[in-house]
Ligand binder design. Structure first.
Ligand code: GP9
Ligand code: MN
Length: 691
């Protein structure tokens, strides 16, 4: 054994000496310039993408993704050697363009969604196209286009090689084969080296793929994207194969679930009309902001103060944003782990609020002045049970009354009024959803938002006793400032809606429910600027300044809260007029309203907040979760204690396991259509027992 090791050692030393003597490295580089340029430029692009998106120290120091990128690129590049030298350039250029495009798409996507792109979103391109202009106008930046350097460098190298006669070399087939195999083996060795660096956590996250940042950070963008393709088609294959296991777990989970007990709000709103307001991109943090003495959202603040206001309410959206919010609101299920329920799984059976209201004799409808196919609503609404969908074609949309993506909220409400009046006259009781649109990213239609001043005004007294007003630009001209202007506009529209509803006597027997659908997708640095604004220099405080306080990850995540309000005309004089501070998620809406209106969905994953109270947990599609006590970041496996108390390891493990279980269960229910198939199973059983 010892002898063998010595022999091996001798061989390696001999080889290294040979490499030195014969200048083998130099020769290798000289003979493989094109291949090396291909690999290096692609590794550079992928590395830049990580640096420019995720600003984590760990990311800068990690060798893992570089190894992963190199392995995959050497393997892909090795097949280029099968071609004759004169044809190789086309091969490498094609892949270089493909990989650079991947980096560019992901760079833009990250700015927009703080996540990496997924091919499961390809079927959604028609919806993305509608906001495409907004993306280009607002998001395309220098950092997104640097990736074209890859193909440019490759072309330059190619031209120089051509001049030097590099491509005139003749390589026989066997030599090309030999080169391919050698390079392929080298690629595989790097892949093995990479694999041994992986931890169990890396592998499990890779398999699940939902923690996209983590996967890119450890596996690089190219392997991430390959894995994404596989995991995106997996649900289709899964729904054919993993059914038995999923059904078993489904039955297991629900066997012990009992109907929630009654409480003081049970049936309190029985037979009342319901008007649900889907408030696009309205965040809770707007409630605490005012500029020069004027609130950003004065009407929403007033409505909240007159009703039941849930101030620690979280959206639970994934890539399906608005549609995910609607899904979770109406079914108490979580967004799917791949694709979106509205698009990929619209044909499943859902126990939904409209369905339950239909069963109670309500007329159910949705109103949204956008294209009916956006987020596949037209098809999905059939399955959610809405009896009628008033969409773009039911409204008069002109250039003059358009803001951002479509019909302005003010016009939308105005034009909806006659429809609502008719419905109210015709039907005994009704349930309606109104989806707002104007307050949508990129908030650049400022000339239509009306006057709302987001500067900082200051009155100073001069030495001679006279006063002078100084105007600091503050949030003026910034994306966040534009968001405030846009939100102020949306709030004004809501104020007008309430006025018109009141004038038309539509509030007398109606419960109004308002929810913000998700956060406004603004970056952390925007908030950092606002909270660290220095009026002396009229810019952000320097990071070294003693007063600088970074707007950190947790502040940002906790700041993504949206408002949830339940309001009736007479509530302000009742005991229901209160603020509920317990954490609550979108999936708790159906159980909470269900108790108030008298319906129950056995498959709901949330809870009636008045039943679970301070014991509630809100899970997020990323695997993160929040309770009254703690916010847990599953990406980094870190947490923040919210009340300053000590958090035990046991509590973290228990809640993390619960989160994983719930996310998997929810995904299985949708992917395998378990509600429908369980019903069928039971029907067959009843039939058999009866015969
Ligand atoms: C589109 C609107 C916006 O009709 O609901 O969708 P979003 O981009 O917020 O998901
Ligand atoms: Mn939305």
């Amino acid at each position: 054994m010892k002898k063998r090791i010595i022999k091996q050692k001798d061989r390696v030393i001999k080889f290294l000496k040979l490499v030195k003597k014969e200048h083998l490295i130099k020769k290798y580089i000289h003979n493989n310039v094109l291949f090396i340029t291909f690999v290096l430029t692609c590794v550079f692009n992928s590395t830049m993408l990580r640096f420019l998106t995720m600003h984590l120290l760990e990311n800068y120091l990690s060798i893992k993704p570089i190894l992963a990128d190199t392995a995959i690129l050497v393997i892909v590049g090795s097949f280029g050697y099968l071609l004759k030298p004169k044809n190789r350039f086309s091969y490498y250029l094609a892949f270089n363009i493909l990989f650079s495009a991947l980096c560019m798409i992901n760079s833009i996507y990250y700015t927009f969604y703080t996540s990496f792109a997924s091919v499961s979103m390809l079927s959604l391109t028609q919806y993305i196209a509608s906001v495409g202009d907004a993306v280009v106008e607002n998001v395309l930046q220098l950092k997104d286009v640097i990736y074209i350097l890859g193909p440019i460098i490759l072309i330059i190298v190619h031209i120089r090689l051509k001049k030097k006669g590099y491509y005139k070399k003749i390589e026989v087939k066997s030599e090309r084969k030999r080169k391919t195999i050698k390079t392929l083996v080298a690629g595989c060795i790097i892949a093995v080296l990479f694999t041994v660096t992986l931890s169990a956590l890396d592998i499990s996250r890779f398999a699940k793929q939902w923690n996209r940042e983590y996967v890119v950070m450890k596996f690089g963008i190219y392997i991430y994207q390959l894995n994404d393709i596989i995991t995106s088609v997996q649900p289709k294959i899964n729904s054919l194969f993993g059914y038995d296991k999923a059904m078993k777990e489904f039955k297991e989970y629900y066997k012990d679930i009992e109907k929630q007990p009654e409480n003081e709000y049970t049936n309190i709103f029985k037979d009342k009309n319901v008007l649900v307001l889907h408030a696009e991109s309205i965040q809770t943090n707007l409630f605490n902001l005012s500029f020069n003495g004027i609130d950003v959202v004065p009407n929403l603040k007033r409505i909240a103060s007159e009703g039941m206001y849930f101030s620690n309410f979280y959206p639970q959206v994934s890539v399906g944003t608005s549609s995910d919010s609607e899904l979770t609101f109406t079914t108490s299920l979580m967004p799917t782990q791949s694709g979106t329920a509205f698009v990929s799984y619209f044909d499943r059976t859902y126990n939904s609020i409209p369905e339950m209201m239909n069963n109670k004799g309500y007329y159910t409808f949705s109103m949204h002045a956008n294209n009916a196919d956006f987020w596949n609503r037209r098809a999905m609404y059939e399955h959610l049970g809405y009896q009628k969908f008033y969409s773009k074609t039911d409204y008069n949309v002109t250039n003059e009354n358009t803001i951002g993506l479509g019909l302005s909220d003010q016009e939308f409400f105005k034009q909806s009024m006659p429809k609502l009046k008719k419905i109210n006259e015709k039907y005994d009781k009704w349930y309606g959803l109104m989806i707002m649109l104007s307050n949508h990213t990129p908030f650049s239609d400022i000339e239509h938002y009306g006057e709302y001043d987001v500067t900082m005004k200051e009155v100073i007294t001069k030495e001679d006793g006279t006063t002078e007003e100084i105007v600091h630009p503050y949030m003026e001209g910034r994306k966040l400032g534009n968001y405030f202007k846009s939100a102020h506009y949306a709030d004004q529209a809501i104020g007008e809606l309430f006025q018109e509803l009141e004038e038309n006597k539509l509030l007398d027997d109606t419960v109004v429910v308002i929810y913000g659908d998700h956060d406004a997708r603004l970056s952390r640095s925007d908030y950092d600027y606002m909270y660290n604004y220095d009026k002396q220099t009229e810019s952000k405080l320097d990071k070294d300044h003693p007063n600088y306080k970074e707007y950190d990850f947790y502040q940002y995540e906790l700041g993504r809260k949206v408002p949830f309000i339940i309001w009736t005309k007479d509530m302000k004089d009742s005991s229901m007029n209160k603020e509920i501070k317990d954490v609550m998620g979108m999936y708790d809406v159906m159980p909470t309203l269900g108790n108030m209106f008298g319906f129950y969905n056995k498959y709901q994953l949330g809870h009636d907040i008045f039943d679970i109270k301070s014991n509630n947990i809100v899970v997020f599609p990323t695997g993160n979760w929040v309770t009254n006590r703690v916010y847990y970041n599953s990406q980094k496996e870190e947490y923040l204690s919210l009340d300053g108390s000590a958090i035990s390891e046991e509590e973290i493990t228990k809640n993390s396991e619960y989160t994983t279980k719930l996310l998997n269960l929810s995904n299985d229910i949708i992917v395998y259509d378990l509600i429908e198939r369980y019903k069928e199973e039971k029907d067959i059983l009843t039939y058999k027992e009866g015969s």
